[in-house]
Design a protein around this ligand. Structure first.
Ligand code: NI
Length: 170
């Protein structure tokens, strides 16, 4: 399993670079990210969240096949927006409503470098936008107004402090 980087880690705030080598190492990284995502019981995981500042993310929606997006670019979004309560494996334990377009069109490459275009709606559209943000150093809390963002960060820090205290009590 790969370590998941958390809020405060600089790698989560960096602009990712393009992937140019579609080799065995990339395939292994994608497999490890899919395993880590499943272990963490999440639906999406982006490169920076495992310390890799490269343009890739994996998505696994329950009941469907895991998907890999390399060098993705969102080329279209619906005017219609929706609200959904998001969380993030890099900010565990807290959630907040986020407004985003309900449909997106994304262009990306698969693990062998083959380009594809996908139109998505529902949860998949939501996850693609959340993960794509990670590749540009952006987190879901950046979509909230300052007051709401502070509330979420405060709740996360409070939970984290408690967890750390429990851990050291041995
Ligand atoms: Ni996230």
């Amino acid at each position: 399993m790969l370590d998941i980087y958390k809020l405060g880690d600089e790698v989560l705030r960096e602009e990712c670079s393009d992937i140019t080598e579609f080799d065995e190492a990339l395939r292994m990284l994608c497999d490890a990210m899919i395993d880590t995502l499943e272990e963490a019981d999440g639906v999406g995981l982006a490169g920076p969240q495992v310390g890799v500042s490269k343009k890739l993310f994996v998505v696994h929606i329950r009941g469907e096949k895991p998907m890999v997006f390399i060098n993705p670019s969102i080329i279209g979004t619906s005017i219609e927006t929706g609200v959904y309560e998001e969380g993030c494996l890099s900010i565990p334990g807290v959630y907040h409503d986020v407004v985003r377009p309900v449909k997106v069109t994304v262009q990306a490459q698969d693990v062998s470098g083959k380009p594809f275009t996908l139109e998505a709606d529902g949860l998949l559209a939501r996850v693609i936008q959340h993960e794509n943000d990670h590749l540009h150093g952006k987190l879901y809390i950046d979509h909230l107004d300052e007051k709401e963002r502070e509330k979420v960060v405060h709740a996360y820090e409070k939970k984290n402090r408690i967890r750390r205290r429990q851990k050291s009590r041995v």
